[in-house]
Design a binder for this molecule. Sequence first.
Ligand SMILES: Nc1ncnc2c1ncn2[C@@H]1O[C@H](COP(=O)(O)OP(=O)(O)O)[C@@H](O)[C@H]1O
Ligand SMILES: O=COP(=O)(O)O
Length: 555
Amino acid sequence: MKTDLQIAQENTMDNIEKIARKAKIDPDYLEVYGKNKAKIDLKIMDKIADNRNGKLILVTAINPTKAGEGKSTTTIGLVDGLAQINKMVIGCLREPSLGPVFGLKGGATGGGYAQVVPMEEINLHFTGDMHAITAANNLISAVMDNHIYQGNELNIDPTKVVWKRCLDMNDRTLRSITIAQDKKTNGVERKDGFIITVATEIMAIMCLSKDLQDFEKRVSRAVVAYTYDDQPVTVGDLKVEGAVTLVMKEALKPNLVQTLEKTPVFIHGGPFANIAHGCNSLIATRMALKLSDYVVTEAGFGADLGAEKFFDIKCRYGDLKPNVVVIVATARALKLHGGVPADQLKEENVPAILEGIKNLEKHIESIKQYRVPYIVAINKFSADTQAEVNAILNWCKDNGHRVVLSDAWASGGAGAVDLAQEVVRMCEEDSKFEPLYDLDLSLEEKIGTIVRKIYGGRSVIFSDRAKAQLEEYKQAGWDKLPVCMAKTPNSLTDDAKIVGRPTDFDIHVQELRISAGAGFVVVLTGNIMTMPGLPKDPAALHMGMNEKGISYGIF
Ligand SMILES: Nc1ncnc2c1ncn2[C@@H]1O[C@H](COP(=O)(O)OP(=O)(O)O)[C@@H](O)[C@H]1O
Ligand SMILES: O=COP(=O)(O)O
């Protein structure tokens, strides 16, 4: 069987100028990066501002196995399926992080015959946005520590710095470090640490900004530290927001690529959904909506994470009105939620599916609270038996849920035509989208609402540090911001080992982190970490280039 990379390498791409024409992008706004990638000048938004918005489709999923259940694959398959029924469509995806690429999960360009290309370039350096975000973030750290060293006029308490350095890599050894060791000319020694680039506030600000001016204003508001008398210090106080915006000027432009079937796709921004808000950029999504009749986008991990934050953060800030939600389910993940060990998921087990389907049931209940028409897409794997597929199809139909079998991985767009036709019909229905909670609720009430209504939990237990922060954030006026839940993706609870549809459980909040520039409060639950580690056998050990210069091992 061919690997995703082999399929992508055998594909012949159209020149990006041809893809741009298909997306009705005026060549005056196209900035090409080689033959198959381009950025789009943001000035195009002035030209297309009066265009009617297309229909917006979100692809989410049930709580996934560690490999993922095929949101990107289904998103790309649906994009090609819509193109195959002659609909004008653009996909909007997040950019892959090098963390998972070299780690366990691999890239984020779909799979099988539902991929975006050039796959290896997108999964590696792409157009440099991740590197720009890393540089912008670390410029702030360098300027802040230099300020402390050069006299500290802002009276920053070195023990109360909250801005972390970053790297787009899984490296547990950087989680907790001490900087400026050995001698005073190295600076003021203090504890610091790195987070992964996709978890930074710069990433979140890029993904929620309307344009470059909005980006600079937001960056200026970002809190980097507190003074000795506990006053917040911002990027604006350091006077470095201008330089940060210069570093990010090109990164703010969305990237245009194509699917294996030459359908246009924007890739822009890449926040993870377990430790960040998990959605591609507002800039790319809004641009696609003005250019196309249908826009298919995805939000990370399960509906408890990516979809919740898509609705309650991205749609709220971007005034987006989603028309349809596609909930991806797989037999393998349902078996896992039915109690089957991760190494036995290929064996037929209908009873386990019928037990694990309670996880799907909970996510359907959650999505229904946003009042957007939804459909279940079964992402078919070759190991799935007919009995297993029938069990899922029949459960959905018996319980009044629309459901379609998607075979996009094996057949590309042709495998998602049924899904595309159903989605087109659903887009004509009335979406009454509303966010889950009002901003005037307290932070505790917002968090409690998500825990009860989206996770199915009972209550929230705050650590002493989090309780103190709740009061501090209220004093600062940050309690009126939305919350960005950071939680394990493998469970509805904050314990990755608890699968299925648990009830009567508590969510444990360890600490809060203000993202005043992005405009939300990050809520760290359980033992979630913002700098992942590599697995015992990382993908990086199995990739490279052969003697003919052909890459291998990227997946
Ligand atoms: N139907 C399928 N059959 C086989 N492999 C699949 C299928 N769907 C997805 N995959 C593979 O599973 C992995 C995760 O898919 P992806 O679409 O990235 O999931 P997600 O976006 O939900 O994380 C990828 O390696 C992809 O190639
Ligand atoms: O943030 C996580 O996204 P995926 O579900 O695409 O891995």
